[in-house]
Design a protein around this ligand. Structure first.
Ligand code: PGA
Length: 249
């Protein structure tokens, strides 16, 4: 049995005070919930407030990005040792918004994945097709290419903590959710690629999250699919009651 992960991606929302206020309301709602893992990924500047607020709870804190170099002259960037030093345990890599707006490529995703794993961070690597690719029946190829390049020269042993998030780009922030069946099919493609890269046993244990307009209303149906091992939630994770409802699907 793969333990599910319910992860919040706050994107560019919430000041440190707003992050603190979120946890004051959210933590009591999930304090007895140990069925799943819960991760919240605030922006960099709200990370310390979130870590402080979540201390002693079951909620882990993740970053939304990292730079792969150990340190150096990279203005505006944050590296793994800085994240680890403040208590960050997870990191989202290769989100479609970063691929779309900030020149993230499969190769930089690979560099970031290696760097996160070396630092002991749990990476959540995002993959997913855009609408034109789905309509052209290219979903399978796109997912396989994104995974193959992301996993390049990463060993199964090193990748043990890897988590993948399938986020069809056409479903992000649009209110259009993939049907549970469609998501499960995509997850099976990713799992097959992980089996090729890392072996069948690794693939059987790999957690693949679904992301794209997950809400309290559709979380149960999505999470009931055997192939779906959790969710990466954007918009609906900003409100404590809504994210708690998703966590408890
Ligand atoms: P959404 O975002 O839930 O607002 O669609 C998901 C994501 O981008 O991770």
């Amino acid at each position: 049995m793969r333990k599910k992960i319910l992860a919040a991606n706050w994107k560019m929302y919430k000041t440190p005070d707003q992050a603190t206020a979120f946890f004051q309301e959210f933590l009591p709602l999930v304090q007895d919930h140990d069925r799943d893992e819960i991760v919240v990924c605030p922006n960099y500047i709200a990370l310390p407030a979130a870590i402080h607020a979540a201390k002693g709870s079951r909620v882990a804190i993740g970053a939304q990005n990292l730079h792969w170099e150990k340190e150096g002259a990279y203005t505006g960037e944050i590296c793994t040792s800085m994240l680890v030093a403040i208590g960050v345990t997870h990191v989202i890599i290769g989100h479609s918004e970063r691929r779309q707006y900030f020149c993230e490529t499969d190769d930089t995703v690979n560099l970031k994945l290696k760097s996160a794993l070396a630092a002991g961070l749990t990476p959540i690597v995002c993959v997913g097709e855009v609408l034109e690719e789905r309509e052209a029946n290219l979903t399978d190829d796109v997912l396989r290419r994104q995974c193959l390049r992301a996993f390049n020269k990463v060993s199964a042993k090193k990748a043990a903590s890897l988590v993948v998030a399938y986020e069809p780009v056409w479903a992000i922030g649009t209110g259009k959710t993939a049907t549970p069946e469609l998501a499960a099919d995509a997850h099976a493609i990713i799992r097959a690629e992980a089996a090729d890269s890392f072996g069948q046993e690794f693939a059987d244990n790999l957690r693949i999250l679904y992301g794209g307009s997950v809400k309290p209303e559709n979380a149960h149906a999505l999470m009931s699919e055997e192939e779906i091992d959790g969710a990466l939630v954007g918009g609906a994770s900003l409100d404590p009651k809504s994210f708690a409802a998703i966590v408890k699907y």
